[in-house]
Design a binder for this molecule. Structure first.
Ligand code: GAL
Length: 358
């Protein structure tokens, strides 16, 4: 036992060398480290970019990445995550389809010692969410509401102006933050009567669109138009929280004859290509740009820290309560994109090439 032969020494040294060289790629004891990335859907380009960016950043650092999309089906996402746990991923990065449906699968992750980073959307009702990488979601709503205020010049104009309100998926914690952010600036004008919701639908439950489905938004807009604006009443603004919905709203408005010339102010979020094109065409007014390169990089950085038993950098430890704990978060800064700055923010920054847009 005490006397190691030369071969024994060499073997040990060899093992150590392997461990060292692979250790620099984040591997534990020479094994490859794999991160499971579970994304909600490919229906919005942003999630495709989020997934691709994370895979490439993880690979640059020497990790393996396993990326899957649940296509907005809750059960798919749960079984995809279960599979990732079974094959033994070392960490999970998850953007939930339904933020309230992952409690039990996160129990399984925790039982295997797998840390979980919540990506963009907060995973609710679980103590096993280690960190949260996102944008300032309340601010997203503020930017959308303030854009409407500025464009209608509500400070100076008498109005009244007609507006309709949409909110995102009720099972997405972000949807509530976006709506509350927007209403924090719009509510005084509603109270004052300068802004009027023609349909009277101002309650989150009346205006939310399950799974951020554009077709559902389109048919809700069809109904709003036929019930409330059939007699020539003008619609001046539509609060739409994300581009998936903005495009549905836009299609509905076009179908009853609105054109770029008289289109209401329609907000959005994500800078998806169809919406950027609609902005350039003068149809959608704005989108809130959340650079997926920045968010992906932050989530990868957080994951790496956790895997190395270090504390990730956070800048918010108060806002994101998932009903079990306040999840330490890093909030990135969202920005407004409209026709005046899209070239600088989206093309000059390399987010899109000119060819990708119309
Ligand atoms: C939200 C996300 C938005 C938008 C929306 C629809 O959770 O924060 O940026 O992508 O989902 O996919």
């Amino acid at each position: 036992m005490k006397k190691l032969g030369l071969l024994g020494m060499a073997m040990i040294t060899g093992v150590v060398l392997v461990a060292c060289s692979e250790g620099s790629s984040g591997g534990e004891g020479g094994e490859e480290t794999t991160v499971g990335i579970s994304m909600p859907t490919q229906s919005s380009e942003r999630w495709i970019a989020d997934g691709d960016n994370m895979v490439s950043y993880f690979e640059d650092l020497g990790y393996k990445a396993e990326l899957q999309y649940a296509e907005d089906v809750v059960e798919n996402q749960i079984s995809q995550i279960e599979n990732m746990i079974t094959v033994g991923v070392d960490a999970l990065v998850i953007a939930a389809v339904d933020g309230e449906a992952l409690t039990s699968v996160l129990e399984s992750a925790n039982a295997e010692g797998i840390p979980v980073i919540s990506y963009d959307r907060l995973i609710m009702n679980s103590e096993h969410v280690d960190y949260y990488a996102t944008f300032d979601n309340f601010e997203v709503g503020v930017l959308q509401g303030q854009y409407i205020i500025d464009q209608l010049d509500l400070e100076n104009e008498e109005g009244p102006f007609n507006i309709e309100l949409f909110a995102g998926s009720p099972d997405d914690n972000n949807a509530h933050f976006f709506f509350n952010g927007a209403m924090s600036v719009l509510q005084p004008y509603l109270d004052e009567g300068k802004l009027v919701v023609g349909s009277g639908q101002t309650d989150f439950n009346q205006i939310s669109i399950l799974r951020w489905d554009g077709a559902t938004a389109q048919s809700r807009m069809d109904n709003l138009l036929s019930s409330n604006y059939g007699g020539g009443e003008e619609l001046d603004a539509v609060l739409a929280p994300a581009d998936l919905l903005s495009i549905g709203v836009l299609a509905s408005l076009k179908s009853v004859g609105y054109t770029a010339e008289d289109m209401p102010i329609i907000t959005g979020q994500d800078a998806d290509v169809p919406s950027v094109n609609a902005i350039v065409a003068g149809e959608q007014a704005m989108t809130v740009f959340k650079d997926t390169r920045v968010l992906a990089e932050k989530a990868v950085e957080m994951t790496e820290s956790v895997l190395n038993d270090e504390e990730p950098e956070v800048n918010d430890t108060e806002t994101y309560d998932n009903n079990v704990k306040v999840v330490p978060s890093f909030l990135e800064t969202p920005v407004v994109v409209d026709v005046d700055n899209y070239e600088e923010l989206l093309i000059d920054s390399g987010y899109y090439t000119e060819d990708q847009l119309n």
